[in-house]
Design a protein around this ligand. Sequence first.
Ligand code: PLP
Length: 422
Amino acid sequence: MKDMAFEQAHVWHPYTERARPQRLHRIVAAEGIWLTRDDGGRMIDAMSSWWAAAFGHAPAPLVQALKDQAEVLPHVMFAGLTHQPVIDLTRQLVAVMPAGLDQIFYSDSGSVAVEVAVKMAAQSQVNRGHPQRTDLATARGGYHGDTWKAMSLSDPETGMHAQFGRALSAQHFVSRPPIPFDAQWSEDPVRNGLAEVETLFRTHGDRIATFIIEPVVQGAGGMHFHHPGYLRGLRALCDHFGIHLIFDEIATGFSRTGADFAIETAGVTPDILCLGKALTGGMMTLAATITTKELAATVGALMHGPTFMANPLACAVASAAMDLWKGRDWSARARAIETQLAAELAPARAMTGVRDLRTLGAIGVIEMEAPLPVGRVHRFCMESGVWLRPLGRLLYAMPPLSIEPDELSRVTHAMLTIAKGL
Ligand code: PLP
């Protein structure tokens, strides 16, 4: 059997049915913003490979760090042992985190970082004398990953895990934060959605361990950008009701929104913060759950230990990625991308079938009235040399921050062509 036929016969891809495999493009190389196919064609990776390759694919210092580390210590278990790459990476992370967030638990994917965060929160509540506080709360429209608890914290009705229904343990949901990022902040708690949070906390707060939210950008749950005022209100309510606050910055961290971390726009610090994706420049699988000494003290021994926790290869690459990130003002770059995305995508507003256009940092979203035809979009991507993967009704770009203006214009042109109806 030829390779691609064999692949299609045996390999199961994400979010697809085995009975209806999607047409695949075989990628043979990735460098900078470019993906090279086996037919020699090149495509701009306007998705940053699921938002991870924030500084472009395979930056030379990261590749070198990987090679160097592979020669001395590719892996070692992390219980009772440690290594230099994790020490180096931790120094870098502690230096850029808000004051107080300096206790880091490493895991191997964003979803697991979220699982770890909710475990920390629940275990801390039990040890603080609140064993009944085991429920979790969140806002609709979120996405926190595909593992069991992470799924149950993603929107049960509109989210991609709806088919699991009652098998997902019921959590407490409030409405999606209603005030958009760039709208006038309302001090009215009803209009800004915080009255609903307060009611939830007053009614069920004594059973709730934690509230989790993606700060400013709710990503895969609908690509909505909410006002930072909501996060400030959440912080105050969580403090008042003794509920731990988790910010999931797995998608937004490392300059994506035009700030180093999205929480900066709100000026509040969570009790627990999750990072992933761009942490290794998108090259290796590594995530971090970061909390305070005070919270860590109430957790005691955290009953979690992934086999590949703090893998030295991933930590060495992440350390090099942090150097790369700190060596340039990537947040300014993201803001420049936002300006260009907003200007060049503006014609979409007048198109039939387009419901909304949103831009924030290096994120551009055209929301359609109806789901996009994925097969046709993929064929068009092949021909136009711009890789985009719609999410239902959402056509969006999250390009590497290293993209040049003329290259970004190719992306926006492709998006407008798709939105127009191909
Ligand atoms: N949290 C957020 C906000 C995400 O966007 C994602 C992935 O898209 C995850 C968690 C899950 O991360 P991973 O796919 O690495 O498990």
